[in-house]
Design a binder for this molecule. Structure first.
Ligand code: ZN
Length: 246
């Protein structure tokens, strides 16, 4: 089976439409989303409609649940809070119901998916250090776990290896084969707000038979996404960071 795994769309309609367009070329069997469809970007309604139409399985992100009151907004910084409050005023009742009903994790055969970490997923722990990864591995009973949340594409292996998935400007994809002897936690990067210094969006295609994980970067209309953030009156940093990929 070939699966597209996307995460952290964050109300960026231009990025989501470009990602879905790219994904179409891979003839995938399904699309899984690791959460944060909304928050930060100026097109939450458009992203919700596209996501509900195209994504077969979605788990909850911290911004999704904060927008519908299922995660306390006090945990977020002022910029994030402003965007969450703005977003919750835009969503229709059927969007809110969809976000409320998302579960925090999902398992399928040999892999697990969650927004933040398999370690108490509803507490949204970041996996940034080897200690975070070790704690996460101790809560993982599948061989592979896909995560989002940090917006930085990386692979952690249980034997202590960290592979940073870095692309030069001319590279658009990078592939890794999952070995049998280790467990892996794979951060698929972000569709709508990359933070690894590369402003291109990122998603993963997972071939479950070949055990092949390929990361893909794609261009989208950043200027249009930025302009919508400015016009919406959202904090301007949210537009600026898209241009730098930070
Ligand atoms: Zn996010």
């Amino acid at each position: 089976m070939r699966i597209a795994i996307i995460s952290d769309i964050h109300g960026n309609f231009e990025a989501l439409t470009s990602a879905l367009c790219e994904i179409r070329q891979f003839c995938v069997d399904k699309i899984i989303c690791l959460g944060d469809i909304v928050g930060y970007g100026a097109s939450p309604v458009e992203c919700m409609e596209l996501a509900m139409e195209n994504i077969e399985t979605c788990v909850a992100g911290n911004h999704d649940w904060a927008t519908v009151g299922k995660t306390q907004i006090g945990f977020f910084n002022a910029v994030s809070r402003a965007a969450i409050e703005w977003t919750s005023r835009k969503l229709a009742p059927h969007h809110i119901k969809y976000l409320e009903n998302l579960s925090v994790s999902f398992s399928n055969g040999s892999f697990h998916v969650v927004h933040a970490s398999p370690n108490k997923p509803h507490q949204w722990h970041y996996i940034m250090t080897w200690n975070d990864a070790k704690e996460a591995f101790s809560h993982l009973d599948k061989q592979v776990c896909f995560v989002g949340h940090s917006h930085i594409p990386v692979i952690w292996s249980e034997e202590g290896r960290l592979i940073r998935v870095v692309f030069s400007a001319s590279e658009t994809s990078a592939s890794f084969t999952i070995g049998e002897s280790s467990k892996y936690i794979i951060n698929v990067g972000s569709v709508g707000q990359p933070r690894d210094g590369d402003p291109r969006g990122c998603f993963v295609i997972f071939d479950t038979d070949k055990k092949l994980v390929s990361f893909h970067r794609f261009l989208y209309d950043i200027i249009s996404a930025q302009n919508k953030i400015f016009y919406a009156g959202l904090p301007s940093f949210l537009a600026e960071r898209l241009g730098a990929g930070i």
